[in-house]
Each structure stands twice: as C-alpha cells, then as structure tokens.
Design a protein around this ligand. Sequence first.
Ligand SMILES: NC(=O)c1ccc[n+]([C@@H]2O[C@H](COP(=O)([O-])OP(=O)(O)OC[C@H]3O[C@@H](n4cnc5c(N)ncnc54)[C@H](OP(=O)(O)O)[C@@H]3O)[C@@H](O)[C@H]2O)c1
Length: 336
Amino acid sequence: MRILVLGGTAWLGREVARAGLAAGHSVTCLARGESGAVPDGARLVIGDRSDPAAYAGVAGQPWDLVVDVARQPGQVRTAMAALADRAEHWAFVSSASVYAVHEAQLRSESTALLPAYDGDVAPPEAYGEGKVACERLVLAALGDRALIARAGLLAGPGDPSDRVGYWPGRFALAGQDGGPVLVPERRDRACQLLDVRDLAGWLVDAGLRRVGGILNASGEVTTLGAVLDTAAAVAAYDGSTVAVGDEALQAAQVEEFMGPRSLPLWLADPQWAGFLSLDTTRAHAAGLTARPMADTLADALHWERELGLARTGRRAGLDRADELAVLGGAAGSTAS
Ligand SMILES: NC(=O)c1ccc[n+]([C@@H]2O[C@H](COP(=O)([O-])OP(=O)(O)OC[C@H]3O[C@@H](n4cnc5c(N)ncnc54)[C@H](OP(=O)(O)O)[C@@H]3O)[C@@H](O)[C@H]2O)c1
C-alpha cells in the first residue's frame, strides 16, 4: 500500500511513518524538513504547505492512505484541494482540545465543540478552534472516506512536550539524589494517556481498513495516583514522596498540566476535571489497543535519561532545585 504522511518529521508523524514501514508499506512524507528527519526507509518530499504548489511532488499519483497531523486550517484547505481526489482514505489527527467543555468524565464524540477558527493560521491559544476548522474541512471534502482521530494525551519516547516522562524521570532522579518527590495530594483525579506508537499503528491499520467517522483516541481511564505509582515502579523508586495540596501548589505559582514550571498531569481546576477522561468505546471497537502503561512509562524513562534527568529549562515540569524549594515552602504537605 502507498501511504502519504503530511508531516513525518516530528513525533507522531514519524511514528506513523515508522508504523507504515514496519507493516510493509511504501511511505512518503511531505514536510519542510525543519522539525527533523523521516525514518529510514521513508521518502521525504520537501514542501511548505502554506504554498499550494507544495503538493506538486505528491499529487501526481494515487494514495491508499493519507495521514495528516496539521494544526492549521490553511494547510488542510490546500491539502484537500490538491489531494482529496487522490486518496482512497484519509486519517486526520485531531485532538480532545476540540471540545468546548472538559468538566465531565468520559466525554463522547458528541460533546459540544468549540467554534471553528475562522482563518488559515490559528495561533497557539486557538489550537482547539483550529482543529475544529481542520476537521470540518476534511469531512466536507471526504465524508465517509475520513477517519478523524481526536487524540487525548500522548506519551512515550520522543515526546517533545516533556509531560508524561517527567514522572518516571523525576522518580529516577530522586532515587539518585536521595531527596523526596513532590506529588499532588489529590490522587483520585482522572488520568488517561495513549502511547504515541499505539496511536500511530492504529492510524495506519484503521486507515487502510477504511475506518471512517470521528473517534476519540486514548487509553484506559485511570487515576493520577495510579500513573504516579506506575512511574515510581518503573523507576524502581523506594524513597519518599511529599503530597502537596492544590492551594499550596497554586500559592507557589506552579502551573497545571503542562508547560514550564508545571506539575505535569495535575489538573486542579474543576472545569478541566474530565480533560483526561475520554470515552474511547468507538475507537477500541475499531481496533485501537493500548499497551500496558508501565511499558510506555519505562520507554519514556529511557528517553528522559537520554535527555538528562537533571536538565533544567524543561518544557514541562519543575526543575529539581525548584521542586525542592516548593517543597520547602509548602505548608501542610504530607510526607510518606
Ligand atoms: N502531544 C499530544 O499529547 C497530542 C494530543 C492530542 C493531539 N495531538 C496531535 O498530534 C499531532 C502531533 O503530530 P507530530 O508530533 O507529528 O507533529 P507536530 O509537532 O504537530 O509537527 C507538525 C508536522 O507538520 C510539519 N509542518 C509544519 N508546518 C508545515 C508546513 N508549513 N509545511 C509542511 N509541513 C509542515 C512539520 O514538519 P516540518 O517542520 O519539517 O515542516 C511536522 O512534521 C498533532 O496533530 C497534534 O495536534 C497531540
């Protein structure tokens, strides 16, 4: 089969290309080549999708499957114009950020959406609105020939966001330096993640089986406590943790969920209580499987070790010295 990945030089797209190659298919990637390399065995066609001419090198032949990771409606618009009638099937990677509300647990695909972004280039703060616009363009052009995968939190080696890997990495670092690990006090909040390689493999497999429709794509819903316990186990951590409550973390200006100076995966805001809790019944019925979380976290730890457990300036998480300073200043925390 001939697979075209629109992307392929960054994290998920590269895994999609790898999955296609591993299944014995021919894989071509279209990207500028700025984010990185494509996997060995894939062909890279250089092009900037802000220019409709970018597709000239890939529009001359039919594709069994096109997989697109775009965030920008303008890029999806040009792709539809150039390639919609060249593709047997299309898989578009969307996001749970398309939903307008994140409070409820197990949100289904019929949850209300954000308004579609009106324009070609959605700024980062309009990421969800941009994805809504992208979805609409894909569905309008391809209908049943499109699989829209609304991905939840992705994890695994290569993660450029530094989020999930923070936890096994932090337990491993604390195991080396002998200090405690700061953890959120509330362990019962919903948590859900999917290994990037499981999503990639499924996009290829389901796309070639011509699965259509809109499907939430993530792993099993569990709790933050279970994720932390698994992260500690894969890091073989037997030191102490100190649980800090929401108010103390907020007082220390620790950010929720992601970004610099955050506590990754910690969601205190009740309006986001269901963010990491998607109903994935449809995707699992369509063949999506998730490997054991311990395997994902073990491989994420390996990646963290390569990057350096004690590195500073993380994209998500607290630098170690900062973490210990927050612990020193946190009133009412509980050590165990
Ligand atoms: N991380 C998560 O937890 C999470 C959760 C939900 C959904 N998602 C979705 O998962 C996907 C992640 O994809 P990813 O990791 O492969 O990629 P990404 O970080 O979104 O990178 C975008 C890809 O598109 C290419 N690209 C960007 N601008 C381009 C342009 N003007 N012309 C041609 N190509 C261009 C980039 O390559 P070049 O720079 O080389 O051109 C790169 O390969 C995204 O769709 C994201 O929204 C992620």
